[in-house]
Design a protein around this ligand. Structure first.
Ligand SMILES: Cc1cc2nc3c(=O)[nH]c(=O)nc-3n(C[C@H](O)[C@H](O)[C@H](O)COP(=O)(O)OP(=O)(O)OC[C@H]3O[C@@H](n4cnc5c(N)ncnc54)[C@H](O)[C@@H]3O)c2cc1C
Ligand code: FES
Length: 257
């Protein structure tokens, strides 16, 4: 583990802040780090910035994420990683679909895809307008950006998957990427299969070791921390637990939904 100082903190949207820090390791979009908050706990976070000045973008949902939100510039955190596989950059016409804090791992991917000269259409979904994450950041890459909100306060009214369905029906995509709630990912797998577009999804599971040893993040015969967190939709389609069950911190299997 590397202990590093928080160098920048940005309020992104409701309940979400980005923390930037120095980490001298190469990283790819889709990889994650284990972030240790001294005296509290260690939790997995996608890298929302993968350059020399790395970053994590944190939604405050529980004990550790709320403790992270209380940090100030100069405070120390521990970082293990980068861990996991990351997205495979492929195709010339990509659809990128993010729900809520799922945009944290997708924003650096959109930047990488656009920098490599590909055409990118990005759909940013949230419950309401004030929860939209990284809209301006992805607009600045030159990607075509569409927004949706569940309550209709900004962009298309409805789930991010219904806007994605319209875009997929238009045809032309040769690769799709998605990150967000697992039921959204399940729907994306079904829709991309219908339209014969290969899809890579980034998944979340409760994690402890982060390196494939403890089994906390088991998904079928895979561990999300080591074999993932990015999985090809063809692999996911063969895992009965996907979109159905996850493990609670106690190890108990609980329904997703
Ligand atoms: C690979 C990976 C990347 C992630 N990237 C991000 C990110 O970029 N930004 C972000 O805000 N969050 C991300 N998460 C989720 C984040 O790790 C959890 O929200 C965090 O661990 C919650 O810790 P807590 O102590 O604040 O909450 P807790 O008090 O532990 O839990 C609060 C609630 O969140 C649920 N929860 C806890 N951990 C997870 C989990 N791993 N998956 C699903 N539900 C969980 C609990 O069941 C509970 O309902 C990621 C998770 C993984 C596995
Ligand atoms: S967190 Fe231990 S195996 Fe994945």
């Amino acid at each position: 583990m590397v202990v590093t100082k928080v160098l920048e903190i940005t309020d992104e949207c409701d309940r979400v802040k980005t923390f930037r820090f120095k980490l001298n390791s190469d990283a790819s979009p889709g990889q994650f780090v284990m972030v240790w908050v001294p005296g509290v706990d260690e939790i997995p976070m996608s890298l929302s910035y993968t350059g020399e000045l790395k970053g994590v973008t944190v939604e405050a949902v529980g004990t550790t994420t709320h403790s992270l939100h209380k940090l100030t510039i100069g405070d120390r955190i521990g970082i293990r990683g980068p861990l996991g596989n990351g997205f495979v950059i492929t195709g010339r016409n990509a659809l990128v679909v993010g729900g809520g804090s799922g945009m944290a791992s997708l924003a650096p991917l959109v930047e990488r895809l656009c920098a490599s000269g590909g055409k990118v259409t990005c759909v940013v979904g949230a419950r309401t307008e004030t929860e939209h994450l990284f809209v301006q950041r992805v607009e600045e890459t030159g990607a075509e950006v569409h927004c949706s909100t569940d309550d209709g306060s900004a962009g298309h009214k409805g789930p991010v998957t219904s806007l994605s369905k319209e875009l997929l029906s238009g045809g032309g995509f040769d690769q799709a990427y998605a990150c967000g709630p697992e039921l959204m990912l399940l729907r994306m797998v079904e829709m991309c299969r219908e339209h014969e577009v290969p899809l890579q999804c980034s998944l979340e599971r409760y994690m402890k070791c982060g390196i494939g040893l403890c089994g906390s993040c088991q998904l079928g015969s895979y561990t999300v921390c080591k074999d993932g967190p990015v999985f090809d939709s063809q692999v996911l389609a063969g895992i009965p637990e996907f979109g159905m069950y996850r493990r609670a911190p106690s190890g108990l299997r609980v329904s997703i939904g």
